[in-house]
Design a protein around this ligand. Structure first.
Ligand code: AMP
Length: 114
């Protein structure tokens, strides 16, 4: 199967503005930011989406959330606040079939989402 754009970023075939990396997670700025700070956190291991992660790989969820907490501090969003979002499938608005967590901040975010 062809690589997704995110796998190509992981493999450094496509450039990205990387803000954080560890053994399991890569985080970089979204190319089309919806807030002053808009970071995508992705697992290096490919899972198509939230619902596709098998039980034996559930540690990826804590790895993503822990990395998001680190990045929120690094970018000084920990005091002002931020939002974490996973878009899953067509109704969720998913456009890239590689599990990713959006970290949005730097402005007040309205609720509910559109
Ligand atoms: P989603 O709609 O939840 O699947 O989110 C996919 C996100 O990936 C969108 O917010 C896009 O703007 C972002 N995106 C797509 N291609 C790139 C890229 N090459 N670098 C950074 N972000 C990207």
């Amino acid at each position: 199967m062809a690589k997704t754009i995110f796998e190509r970023i992981i493999d450094r075939e496509v450039p990205a503005d990387i803000v954080y990396e560890d053994e399991h997670i890569l985080a970089f700025r979204d190319i089309s930011p919806q807030a002053p700070i808009h970071i995508l956190l992705i697992p290096k291991k490919h899972h198509a989406r939230h619902v596709a992660v098998p039980l034996e790989d559930h540690s990826v969820f804590s790895q993503l959330l822990a990395a998001a907490q680190r990045v929120s501090r690094q970018l000084q969003l920990d005091k002002t606040g931020y939002r974490l979002v996973i878009n899953n499938g067509p109704d969720g608005g998913e456009t890239v079939p590689h599990l990713h967590l959006h970290l949005l901040g730097g402005r007040h975010l309205s609720w509910p989402p559109g």
